[in-house]
Design a protein around this ligand. Structure first.
Ligand code: NDP
Length: 399
């Protein structure tokens, strides 16, 4: 059916690229373009020979003109941005200049300010509308599938959703006392930052990891989880009618928390540069250098993830609760696409979002979050492409 330009060739992109090649009726031709071209070439060598035709290129996505030139030479139907959040705006600018649809999995974050918000990308709405192109924001798992689950609940089960808890549990075991599943710098910054949730029209801020709950998750069992700020709270607070409270919880094991607290107490998680033997070093960056590389965890991670949403609201005047979740197995993901479940659960929805934009199902000029489209085709595709979901109409709620 068409052509996709995939920017970035890290953990998530690797999964999306495998999935595009599995879905070759839609993705007839792809271009993998990233900062380090050799990584793109390794993947091409592995996947070549299937029906999808694969090209590779070097690109610095911080440079809009380089992205424009690449788009003009390849002429894709859609650009799938799987680089880092810092590149969102330059790639959106290139899509505008060339009138090409845009899909990503994480909202823009300025390099010098760790505050991630949608305002910069939402500011492109009118320009994308005028250009007649679609930007689909946050088509990963969370954000992404959590927004699709919300739209699905809203469409089929509720007149009004009042409470939403998003629960992200990882029961994976990589065998190390302490390691992070993705970029340690970004992970540790996220976890050591203040938490927040949305309630009655305002943000309520908490101390880092201040709010803790234990939850007995289907399939993976009892886990401690902690309230964090997360980007989909911002768009769901606007797009779910009647919503009163949205919270996001992520699980962390005791060993992870103990190590993190110790590292924090001795100053190793600081982002303030210090003087060391006449050199300026950032403690957190040094810590990253001594921790296991997240990519090396893939072959040794066992166990499963469980990510989903618990809703409480009303239907036909009666109170109703509903839980929908996906369980993903680290070892099975690795067997299929040589990535653990964290990248798998993000890379599959990125392929699905791009497919729906490309085939016209989710095309609408402007800039949209996933929950603003009809969830049904996306839900169907999740079952088909490796992320089946389960419904529970009588879940235990989080207090
Ligand atoms: P990685 O660090 O593994 O990969 C990032 C890739 O982008 C690398 O290949 C890197 O190149 C490339 N890149 C970085 N800067 C540039 C640049 N200026 N120009 C071109 N390429 C560049 O990250 P992940 O794959 O783990 O994450 C990808 C995205 O997915 C991130 O935005 C992340 O926030 C998001 N994400 C979303 C989730 C969700 O559920 N919504 C969950 C997890 C991640 P190089 O190889 O040279 O370093």
């Amino acid at each position: 059916m068409g052509k996709a330009l995939i920017i970035g060739c890290g953990g998530v992109a690797g999964v999306t690229i495998h999935k595009c090649c599995q879905n070759s009726d839609v993705f007839e031709e792809i271009m993998i373009a990233s900062r380090t071209k050799s990584k793109c070439d390794v993947l091409k060598a592995k996947l070549d020979g299937g029906k999808t035709k694969i090209h590779t290129a070097q690109v610095d996505a911080d440079n809009t003109q380089e992205v424009i030139d690449l788009i003009n030479s390849f002429k894709p139907d859609v650009v799938i941005n799987l680089a880092l959040p810092y590149q969102d705006l330059t790639i959106m600018d290139a899509c505008l200049a060339t009138k090409t649809h845009y899909v990503d999995t994480a909202n823009y974050e300025p390099l010098d300010d760790a505050k991630f918000e949608y305002k910069w990308q939402w500011a492109y709405r009118e320009r994308f509308k005028e250009a007649g192109i679609t930007a689909l924001l946050g088509s990963g798992f969370d954000p992404g599938v959590t927004g699709v689950f919300s739209a699905f609940a809203q469409k089929h089960y509720f007149d009004e959703i009042h409470y939403l808890d998003i629960l992200d549990a990882n029961a994976g075991d990589h065998g190390y006392p302490f390691a992070t599943n993705f970029n340690p710098e970004i992970n540790i910054r996220e976890v050591t930052a203040n938490g927040s949730y949305w309630e009655d029209g305002t943000w309520v801020e908490t101390e880092p990891l201040e709010i803790k709950r234990e939850y007995d998750f289907p399939v993976i069992g009892k886990k401690d989880m902690y309230l964090l700020h997360h980007e989909e709270l911002e768009s769901l607070a606007l797009n779910l009618k009647g919503i009163k409270r949205i919270r996001f919880f992520m699980t962390f094991g005791q060993s992870y928390i103990t190590h993190l607290k110790c590292l924090e107490n001795v100053g190793m998680t600081s982002i303030e540069p210090i003087d060391y033997n006449g050199m300026q070093i950032v403690p957190l960056q040094f810590l990253k250098a001594v921790l296991p590389d997240p990519a090396s965890l893939g072959p040794r991670t066992k166990g499963k993830t469980n990510i989903g949403c618990i809703f409480k609201g009303i239907k036909d005047g009666k109170e109703r609760t509903y839980y929908i979740y996906n369980v993903c197995d680290h070892e099975e993901s690795y067997k299929e696409v040589q990535s653990q479940a964290i990248s798998y659960t993000t890379g599959v929805p990125a392929m699905i979002g791009a497919m729906l934009v490309m085939n016209g199902t989710w095309q609408k000029p402007g800039v949209y979050n996933v929950e603003e489209f009809d969830p049904d085709p996306f839900m169907e595709a999740l079952n088909k492409w490796g992320l089946p979901w389960v419904e529970d109409f009588n879940p235990t709620l989080v207090d």
